[in-house]
Ligand binder design. Structure first.
Ligand SMILES: Cc1cc2nc3c(=O)[nH]c(=O)nc-3n(C[C@H](O)[C@H](O)[C@H](O)COP(=O)(O)O)c2cc1C
Length: 228
């Protein structure tokens, strides 16, 4: 079966390099007006969205770079504490390996030489993939982490699909909420909320190999149990 929804589900991918072209605020409003139809627990619509651009975004990126260069330990509002089981770790390793191999091969074809010495991924990531916009999703502290995160997750995928439908790319990412205090410098009066996840948004640079590497998914029977 094929429909615009099924196609969008498969075509959307994380975009990690953007064109400098700005995204009009009206377009972001349109995307958010569509995404707000995401389900939420008892229709509480608990997700708050902060859209960072312009000068405050530049200040945030400069701070992020400084923290990354000084290797400041991460301090997000919500912490992932448990170590992954080997099966999950193996999938993560496969992503990093296949992506790096694809990029190296493509860059060699394009005549791009590897950077010497290589920049640390955190420092390189401080430019937020060159995106013109960064959306920060937050939840009120009092509603409880399971539903707050679940609502925000559904909202995030809805934003990504609504953006995709308009030729925009997104990268849902935890990396840009890893220093909650840096976010609060540009987003004051947010102590009553938890920052959950970030979404970079902009027009994709399709020439960048990082936006073109083949992605994989495990077969349905590897994660599904039918109990008949
Ligand atoms: C909760 C969450 C956190 C993520 N954090 C990052 C991140 O910090 N940096 C990044 O480049 N991508 C991040 N991603 C994107 C995933 O790596 C990506 O969705 C996954 O590899 C599947 O690829 P696809 O989205 O292109 O299909 C994150 C995605 C999710 C859902």
């Amino acid at each position: 079966m094929s429909s615009p929804v099924t196609e969008a589900l498969k075509e959307r991918r994380a975009i990690r390099r953007y064109l400098p072209q700005p995204v009009p605020e009206e377009l972001v409003r349109e995307i958010l007006a569509e995404a707000r139809w995401a389900p939420s627990a008892t229709n509480t619509q608990s997700t708050y969205v902060y859209v960072l651009s312009g000068e405050p975004f530049e200040r945030f990126k400069a701070d992020l770079r400084m923290y990354a260069e000084s290797e400041v330990p991460e301090a997000p509002d919500l912490v992932n504490t448990r170590e992954m089981r080997p099966q999950l770790k193996a999938r993560q390793d496969e992503l990093f390996r296949t992506r790096a191999e694809f990029i190296a091969a493509e860059e060699a074809k394009m005549g791009i030489k590897p950077q010497t010495p290589p920049v640390s991924p955190m420092v390189a990531g401080a430019d937020v993939f060159g995106a013109p916009l960064l959306l920060i999703l937050a939840m009120p502290r009092e509603i409880g982490i399971p539903y707050g995160c679940f609502d925000a997750g559904l909202f995030a995928q809805s934003i990504a699909l609504a953006a995709h439908a308009r030729g925009l790319g997104t990268c849902i990412n935890g990396s840009n909420v890893r220093y909650a205090e840096l976010l609060r410098k540009v987003l004051p009066n947010t102590e009553d909320k938890y920052f959950i996840i970030a979404i970079a948004m902009g027009y994709p640079d399709w020439n960048a190999p990082i936006n073109r590497f083949p992605r994989t998914r495990i077969p349905v029977d590897e994660f599904t149990t039918f109990v008949r």
